[in-house]
Structure formats: structure tokens, C-alpha cells
Design a protein around this ligand. Sequence first.
Ligand code: HEM
Length: 146
Amino acid sequence: MGEKEGRRGILGWIFPITNLERLLYTLHRITGIGLTLYLFIHIYETSMRMYGYETWTATAEFLENPLFHFGLLLVVLAALFHGANGIRLILQELGLIAPKPTQPVYPYRKYHRDRKIWMTTILMLILGAGVAVFALRDFLILLGVM
Ligand code: HEM
């Protein structure tokens, strides 16, 4: 990485977009922060129960619309992605899917392009996408589209 590239700041999280590992890293960070924000909002929302039945039903009615349902769909998709990618990262960071170490002989093998790591990445993407289809279906049923 050149000196110029190092100064890209937050844009460096996203570009080059063709780098899958970088994209997954950025999405992991965004979904992690998003889920943390949701956790606090969710605690605030459910804490309305302590103001009595009336406030609680008014809160539930306020939240009962397509916009908030869409928000919940995003939370489910974010949790799905973060969970699946998190497991991939744990496996990778603990070295459980790491390739066997070899002598560093030129031309050097690219660790990130190892087959086991790619297979795990692809498997996690397929699993995540599979469950996401069900979340999307439930959302469309809720909207009355399906
Ligand atoms: C199945 C459940 C989850 C798994 C397996 C998981 C896994 C992980 C892992 C492995 C990391 C470190 C990534 C790295 O090595 O760079 C991480 C980061 C993080 N996680 Fe989770 N996580 C889970 C659920 C959650 C939930 C529920 C929240 C929020 C309420 C959350 C918030 C975060 C945040 C904020 C980060 C830091 C992101 C960053 O600095 O880029 N995670 N998670």
C-alpha cells in the first residue's frame, strides 16, 4: 500500500470495492455499530412499559407501520450478516481455517486467497443469504404484499 493510499481515511474502508475482505470488514463494522445503537433504542422503547398500559399501547401503535417494520428487517439482516461473518472471523482469527504454515519461499503464497478461507466465506454468505430470504418473505407478508 502506497503512502497516498494510506491517506484515504474512511473511503479506504470501501474502496477498492472489488476487495471482498475489505467490504466484509466495513459491513461488519457498520452492522456492529448499528446493532449497538438498536440495542439502546430497543431498551428505551421497551422501558415505556413502566409508564403503564396506556403509554405502552400508544408506543406499540406508534411503531406499528411499514417504516419501523422495514427498520426491524434491517436489524434482522444486520444481525444475520454480523453473526455469520463474526463466526467466520473467529474461525479465521483462531487459526482454525488457516492453511498449514510453510517456508516463506518466493513467490509468496497469499494467505487471504487460501481455499479453506474462501470456502468458509462463501459458505457463510450462502447461509446468510438463505436465512435473509425468510426474513424478507416475513416482511412482505407483514406488508400484505405476499
Ligand atoms: C452471533 C453473534 C455475534 C458474533 C459471532 C459476533 C462476532 C464479532 C467479532 C468476531 C467481532 C470482531 C471483528 C474483528 O475481529 O475485527 C465483532 C465486533 C463487533 N461486534 Fe459483534 N458479534 C455478534 C453479535 C453482536 C451484537 C449483538 C452486537 C451489538 C449489539 C455486536 C457489536 C459489535 C461491534 C460494535 C463490534 C466492533 C466492530 C468494529 O470495531 O469494527 N456484535 N463481533
